[in-house]
Design a protein around this ligand. Structure first.
Ligand SMILES: [Zn+2]
Length: 118
């Protein structure tokens, strides 16, 4: 993590958030859901991700076995982040494709074989 605050949003701008730091690494996961969404995840503590407005206007899809909710913009449908069902878990994922292209381009892409855990 490095650099100043980083802004991100969905296509229509209804879901906007600021990150305390740009991601150095983003994760390209091949599990059954990530490969369909086509996302690149950057992982943060929820305390480092600031939604405006908060909470964001999203619809969610729950994957119970992993205990996480996938959030997409109610208006434009962009997959913006996932959150943990357990509010005490200090981890969430934001879709790095919501970041400015130059911010994403500066991050290293890590391949994760999530499919083997499906
Ligand atoms: Zn939107």
């Amino acid at each position: 993590m490095s650099g100043p605050h980083v802004e991100a949003s969905c296509h229509c701008g209804a879901v906007r958030f600021t990150l305390d730091a740009a991601p150095e690494v983003v994760t390209d996961c091949n599990c059954s859901i990530c490969r369909r969404y086509g996302v690149l995840w950057a992982y943060y503590s929820p305390t480092q991700v600031h939604f405006d407005p908060a909470p964001p206007e999203t619809d969610t899809y729950g994957w119970g076995r992993r205990g996480i909710l996938f959030h997409r913009c109610k208006t434009c449908g962009c997959m913006t982040h996932w959150s943990s069902v357990d509010p005490k878990r200090d981890r969430m994922g934001v879709n790095a494709r919501m970041l400015e292209p130059q911010v994403l381009a500066a991050a290293r892409v890590r391949l994760l074989d999530g499919a083997s855990a499906d």
